[in-house]
Design a protein around this ligand. Structure first.
Ligand code: HEC
Length: 137
């Protein structure tokens, strides 16, 4: 009996440390990776939530009415989006989505053709929220 208990201790300890490592790596910064300038919530508020009677920054940029400063501001927010870890879902899947968003926003800044359309498609609200936004409490 004692022997069995001793044998069991290691797998349990290993499982517990794996859970802890996972929790820590989700919560803390990975060495070498800079801390994001904005949280995901700040990115959503800054780019996707419109002030009363106005369009959101994303919609202004997609609509082709943005100033160069507004285009850069949106790129800055989307860089932060890509630097963050999603509160839900696979990190790799989130990175795939945010990579396309950052590329499209950068193409808008440098004036590539078709970039606004690309940005509109890349920032599909429902597609990302379904995988990565925690359900409402
Ligand atoms: C690449 C992924 C992604 C895309 C695209 C995206 N969102 Fe989000 N959004 C998130 C995540 C993740 C959260 C949850 C953040 C949290 O709870 O920390 C969120 C949260 C939000 C919130 C709540 C913010 C808050 O302060 O609690 C709003 C509003 C929002 N998104 C609007 C939008 C709209 C509108 C669009 C489309 C134009 C959009 N989002 C596109 C990932 C995304």
């Amino acid at each position: 009996m004692l022997k069995t208990m001793q044998l069991l201790r290691w797998p349990v300890a290993a499982a517990v440390s794996l859970i802890l490592i996972d929790a820590v790596s989700r919560a803390a910064e990975v060495p070498g990776e800079p801390k994001p300038k904005h949280t995901i919530k700040e990115v959503m508020q800054g780019s996707h939530v419109a002030k009363e009677g106005e369009k959101s920054l994303r919609d202004i940029v997609i609509g082709g009415q943005a100033t160069p400063e507004q285009k850069q501001q949106l790129l800055d927010l989307y860089i932060s989006l890509a630097e963050n870890k999603p509160p839900r879902g696979e990190l790799a899947a989130f990175r795939d989505k945010t990579r396309l968003i950052v590329l499209a926003a950068a193409k808008v800044v440098v004036g590539r053709e078709g970039a606004a359309d690309e940005l509109g498609k890349a920032t599909n609200c429902a597609a990302c929220h379904k995988d990565h936004k925690p359900p409402q409490q």
